[in-house]
Write a protein that binds this ligand. Structure first.
Ligand SMILES: NC(=O)c1ccc[n+]([C@@H]2O[C@H](COP(=O)([O-])OP(=O)(O)OC[C@H]3O[C@@H](n4cnc5c(N)ncnc54)[C@H](O)[C@@H]3O)[C@@H](O)[C@H]2O)c1
Length: 124
């Protein structure tokens, strides 16, 4: 995450650094969250479960175990909602953000083009 000495360059992570993972309940998000916890990061997930289920994060907690899971926080929220995002950033500060919340299904993007565009590039 952050640059400069330490183990991050060796892939060892930086214990205690805080990472916000958008879409952290999704396919790539859950794998990333688990790896971040294993590397010592404090992880916050924001997701609206548009394309995932709360049980996905339960499974991450199960695999990670109680000690690592104590560093995992979840904030429900829609990236398209300014209010939701203000709550996410008011809750704590983050050293890094990893953005996975997106709509990627080709069929959905054809059926609802404005919906997928707005999620990928939120309006100001
Ligand atoms: N899966 C792949 O092989 C792959 C490969 C390359 C890139 N990607 C990209 O990585 C990203 C994540 O992919 P994935 O396969 O994990 O997708 P996914 O659908 O499994 O996960 C996306 C997550 O984002 C959440 N989400 C969607 N819209 C949201 C919103 N408005 N607010 C909050 N949360 C929202 C969904 O509920 C879901 O949990 C996408 O941008 C995708 O295009 C995926």
């Amino acid at each position: 995450m952050a640059s400069g000495g330490g183990g991050a360059e060796n892939g060892e992570g930086r214990k205690g650094e805080s990472v916000l993972v958008t879409g952290g309940a999704g396919y790539i998000g859950t794998h990333t969250v688990l790896r971040l916890l294993e590397k010592g990061y404090v992880v916050t997930v924001v997701d609206n479960f548009h394309n995932s289920v709360p049980e996905a994060l339960d499974r991450v907690r199960l695999i990670a175990g109680p000690a690592l899971s104590s560093r995992l926080d979840f904030i429900p929220g829609d990236l398209k909602s300014k209010d939701d995002m203000e709550k996410v950033f008011a809750a704590k500060s983050y050293d890094a953000v990893i953005h996975f919340a997106g709509l990627k299904a080709v069929g959905e993007s054809v059926a609802h083009p404005t919906c997928t565009t707005r999620t990928t590039w939120p309006a100001p």
